[in-house]
Design a binder for this molecule. Sequence first.
Ligand code: FAD
Length: 347
Amino acid sequence: MDNNKRLLPFATGLLLLGVAFFLLYQRPVSAEFSGSTMGTRYQIKIADLPREIEQTYIENQIFTTLDQVDKLMSTYKPNSDVTRFNRAAIDESVIIDKQTLEVIQLSKLIYTLSNGAFDITVSPIVQLWGFGPEFKQNKLPSANDIQRALDKVGFDKIQITDNPPALEKLQDVEIDLSAIAKGYGVDQVAKLLDTHNIENYLVEVGGEIRVKGTNRAGQRWRIGIETPSVIRSGARQAIAIDNASIATSGDYRNFFEVEGKRYSHTINPLTGKPVEHNLASVTVVSRSCAEADALATAMSVLGPKRGFELAVESKLAAYFLVRENDGYQQLMTDSFRDIVDNQTKPH
Ligand code: FAD
């Protein structure tokens, strides 16, 4: 048998090995990143990071994207757009970034949809009850203090201009984007991943989540909705979603108690007080995470009856957990039930 024939199997083996190595090298890798932002934690899970994208590069891009939202929309940073506006004088026009403008315009839409239940001008009341950047207080403000804060509430006190993007105070008013900007940060990271042709990912900031495609095992991302209790933890419901966002708002994480009564950080802009109903949490599934974030807060303010009515009227995919006796009554809109029953994509 001449040499060529003897070498053939060896050459074929080498070729196959080379092809296998090439294909293996082409296969995307999975990656996970986490860190702190906006006073909370973020985590990103990518199931198919193209090999040509350096992990440190995409990790830095993700952090920069979230840091930009923090820098623009934080009430905890002295030079953010929000703080500069809150410190401005009446009739002073404050130039803001186009991202901040985008969030304020969406806030106005949800303010209108929720008849003022979602209202970013609640900032003075949030501060008064000790849920803002200032000192924490666990004492109840006086009726006069509440009225003084209420006098500063109302979207009609803000003048928004698009070009250049700017805000102007028509009366004494301050804004707080805590109930929408985290969701917006999630959307911006999702947009970043999309531009890098990453098709399968989960982005989470402080409990607000947006997913696309599948996890490393090729299954839809399954998201647990936690039991709204500081005592009993664990998922109450788990749903598999794709190309959608999910946000939950509730009275069980950020609250204080006085004489056995709970005061949470979800404020009713009409009363100037923390909400006083028995709706423990609201979860909304929507395309945009900023929308889901703000809608969950809006429903949380409106309460189990009016909130659920609005969710049904607006065809939202929403899941309510209402505190009763020793457990929870769960309410699902049809769109949410479709997701649970058929695991179909949200509308
Ligand atoms: P959500 O229900 O999503 O939001 C509740 C918050 O929304 C309340 O805390 C209040 O601020 C506001 N709110 C209450 N009622 C209404 C209403 N009716 N309409 C509209 N808004 C309402 N926290 C820190 O401790 N340190 C930080 O450095 C810090 N930086 C932040 C930067 C940014 C850009 C943002 C958005 C938040 C930051 N936070 C910080 C706040 C922290 O992330 C919040 O506790 C968190 O955003 C509250 O979100 P949630 O999901 O718990 O509740």
